[in-house]
Design a protein around this ligand. Structure first.
Ligand code: GDP
Ligand code: MN
Length: 383
């Protein structure tokens, strides 16, 4: 789960990392007084959980409190769109921080490297730009240090790393201290990513985290309840966020056949069969066991929020879930929402006869097997 920049900075400050002074607001008058308090030289930064805010127009420097406040007012409620996030995110809050005078920009992160099954520290003297860009253009400019799970990092490893990364002498000691703080913060907050970009060196040689990103491992959220409130708006995709709010396991996949099944296994099978039939799944959605009609209706609504969906594929095997309940939910959804796309359903299991009766005469096309259903929906959706 991604934390906002201001939350990330608060967390890192507790570990001794230097961060610019700043406050969060959504209000013009408050923005003005914050900017005045900070001396007028401020940077206004959209607090949205996506990368590339600078390029998207969500980060701007000011020398005047009034102008910073006006920019704040204009930015709140706006949708920011970036290459990484074409759907965009609405700005609900901004961080107003004192402007850091930047002489040099570095990159610093701690993250989980699944390939080597270790946490690693990544350091680069090429800060400021996106790290993906550095990785592509100057892969040698990134130094990676695996963190030993038992021993952590030793001082000599850190000294070698900052020298290898071409961090200037005057910043090396401070960077080593900062890396140690990041690794400690990463461990203790169950993070799977901490990224400082830019990690700024001021003209008087102070190392400051000008930007910060922290992501907490979702499986450890029960230990970090203070961040639960952010969790609903932390999904990058607006539909995923809505699904998460309504308690539905939904992942958007970018294709155009909407998929609903009960049980993760059955949904995975549905994805495979749609692919095999030449279609592109739009989503993963697990209705869950024992799904009631109301919940099924919510699921159909979520799937159809995706404007790319050209067909709806339903794959239900009634065990705990009664097929007639699912059928009622789908029918209710079709009656309330104007479903313009074809719907094919493979239903089998508990109360299947009752279920089939409910669907009789509706626009839902029944199919006997998953393969038949997949072929049918692909044919109809792309017709
Ligand atoms: P991101 O684009 O979402 O990663 O947002 P950042 O916080 O990294 O800001 C984008 C860019 O704005 C940075 O790479 C800096 O070049 C610039 N920037 C942000 N904060 C400051 C600041 O305090 N001082 C200066 N001089 N530039 C800043
Ligand atoms: Mn940044």
């Amino acid at each position: 789960m991604k934390l906002h920049e201001y939350q990330s900075k608060e967390l890192l400050q507790r570990y001794g990392v230097t961060v610019p002074r700043g406050e969060v607001t959504a209000d013009y008058t408050e923005a003005k007084s914050i900017a005045e308090r900070l001396g007028g030289n401020v940077v206004v930064k959209a607090q949205v959980l996506m990368g590339g805010r600078g390029k998207a127009g969500g980060v701007k420097l000011f020398e005047d409190a009034q102008e910073a406040a006006t920019f704040t007012r204009d930015l709140i409620g706006k949708r920011l769109v970036s290459i990484q996030n074409p759907a965009g995110m609405i700005v609900e809050k901004v961080l107003i921080a004192e402007t850091v005078d930047i002489a040099k920009e570095f990159y610093l992160s701690v993250l989980l490297d699944r390939n080597i099954q270790r946490d690693i520290v990544m350091i680069s003297a090429e800060g400021g730009m996106e790290i993906e860009e550095v990785a592509e253009k100057h892969p040698d400019a990134i130094v990676k240090v695996p963190v030993d799970p038992a021993w952590g990092l030793s001082d000599y490893e850190l000294r070698k790393a900052v020298v290898d990364a071409n961090i200037p002498k005057e910043a090396q000691g401070q960077m080593i201290t900062m890396i140690k703080a990041l690794v400690k913060a990463y461990r203790e907050s169950d993070a799977d990513l901490i990224e400082i970009n830019p990690c700024a060196l001021t003209p008087d040689n102070k190392l400051v985290a000008a930007d910060a990103k922290v992501s907490i491992d979702e499986n450890a959220m029960y230990r970090h309840k203070e961040y639960m409130a952010t969790s609903a708006d932390s999904a990058e995709d607006a539909i995923e966020a809505e699904a998460s709010k309504r308690g539905i396991a939904y992942v958007r996949l970018g294709g155009d056949i909407g998929i609903m099944g009960n049980g993760a296994g059955l949904v995975m099978q549905s994805l495979d069969e749609i692919n095999a039939a030449g279609g592109r799944p739009a989503n993963f959605l697990d209705v869950g066991g024992g799904a009631q009609a109301e919940r099924v209706k919510t699921c159909v609504e979520i799937i159809l929020m995706d404007p790319n969906v050209k067909g709806l594929f339903i794959n239900i095997f009634g065990g705990i879930t009664r097929v007639d309940e699912v059928a009622k939910g789908v029918l209710a959804a079709l009656n309330e929402i104007d479903v313009k796309v074809p719907v094919v359903a493979r239903i089998e299991g508990t109360a299947v006869e009752e279920g089939r009766k409910i669907l009789e005469g509706s626009k839902i096309i029944p199919a006997a097997t998953v393969q038949e259903a997949a072929a049918k929906i692909v044919e109809l959706a792309y017709a």
